[in-house]
Write a protein that binds this ligand. Structure first.
Ligand code: IPM
Ligand code: MN
Length: 358
């Protein structure tokens, strides 16, 4: 029986709505198993800029350091997207948070859910059985290199060190050992010097993991292969920006961007967040899919060592998908349920679900 303190950065747009459902589910787990989860709500993103002028106030960062885990909703607001001259942006909060907490590995699992396959825009036989996991480097590369404007131009530098590459590569190799033993490094080594370093480092580490088969793909080809033959992938290791782009693409295989969770791990406390953004058009409408955040909470439970609890949440999510208790992104508007209804269904399934075999 555990007691855990969770910092909640609900953020902007649909962030608060999806976090509320994940909290509902965590509380159901707490009730059923006798764990105590406490939630410390803090500001981050556009809401933090509005309240304090800073997208990541000191108090928020402090609360994260003091927590056992961080649950994040989403950040971002169109008033900044459409204003390229804005000096302070919500995204800076998230990037500074990742960097400050040393969250160098962002782990994004993608599975094709059987019950959603018939609805996929992709050919069903190509995606059935697809099951991959991205290891996206999260605190380096072009996101964090020197950037700036000149009178007539702009630049964003991409740099990587051996150390930054090898620490996440080790995690990816270990994950492959516990899965199907395949690691794909995605890079652009035919053009980029940083990518050649990624290849070099991965090639050097490879003999230490003789049970893992490594292959290398250029990112443009990888983007195509993901749609043509997603079943070939097991663990995908890649740098920050390629991982950002390819994981959104891969969400089509799962059925919706609203389904994909992630965990970010590194030096200090771990963070759990859906891979989707703040979906401002849906804010306050109770239509956003809470499953990505609920599954992020499941990853948090697993991180706490609560494997049965995590599997119970995943089982409850599959029940919701099976019974078509889903939001608009997965059903026609008339046949769909609200954010709250989906969360309540999953939570009640957690309370009543059979534990045998989990
Ligand atoms: C993500 C998001 C972020 C990123 C944005 C909001 C900065 O797209 O987590 O994938 O690019 O990393
Ligand atoms: Mn993204």
């Amino acid at each position: 029986i555990l007691t855990k303190k969770i910092a909640v950065l609900a953020g902007d747009g649909i962030g608060p709505e999806v976090c509320q459902e994940a909290i509902k589910v965590l509380n159901a787990i707490g009730d059923r198993f006798g764990h105590t989860f406490t939630f410390d709500h803090q500001l981050m993103g556009a809401c933090a800029i509005d309240a304090t002028g800073d997208p990541l106030p000191e108090e928020t960062l402090q609360a994260c350091f003091e927590a056992d885990a961080v649950l994040l909703g989403a950040i971002g607001d169109p008033k900044y997207d459409n204003n390229p001259a804005a000096k302070v942006r919500p995204e800076q909060g998230l990037l500074r948070l990742r960097k400050s907490l040393g969250l160098y590995a962002n782990i994004r699992p993608v599975t094709a859910y059987e019950m959603l396959i018939p609805h996929s825009p992709l050919k069903n036989d190509r995606i059935a059985g697809a099951d991959m996991i991205f290891f996206r480097e999260l605190t380096g590369g072009i996101y964090f290199g020197e950037k700036g404007r000149t009178e007539d131009g702009a630049y964003d530098n991409c740099t990587y060190s051996r150390f930054e590459i090898s620490r996440i590569a080790h995690l990816a190799f270990k994950a492959a050992q516990n899965r199907r033993g395949k690691l794909t490094l995605v890079d652009k080594a035919n053009v980029l010097e940083t990518s050649r370093l990624w290849r070099e480092v991965v090639q050097e580490l490879s003999p230490s993991y003789p049970d893992v088969k490594v292959d290398y793909l250029f990112v443009d080809n990888a983007a195509m292969q993901l749609i043509l033959n997603p079943k070939q992938f097991d663990v995908i290791l890649t740098e920050n920006m390629f991982g950002d782009i390819l994981s959104d693409e891969a969400s089509v295989i799962a059925g919706s961007l609203g389904l994909l969770p992630s965990s970010s791990v590194g030096d200090a406390v771990a963070l759990f967040e859906p891979i989707h953004g703040s979906y401002p058009q849906a804010k306050g409408k109770n239509i956003a899919n809470p499953i990505a955040t609920i599954l992020s909470a499941a990853m948090m439970l697993e991180h706490f060592g609560l494997l049965q609890e995590a599997n119970l949440v995943r089982y409850a999510v599959e029940e919701a998908l099976d019974k078509k208790i889903v939001t608009q992104d997965l059903a026609s508007p008339i046949m769909s349920y609200s954010t709250e209804q989906v969360g309540t269904f999953v939570a009640s399934c957690v309370m009543g679900g059979v534990l045998e075999g989990l």
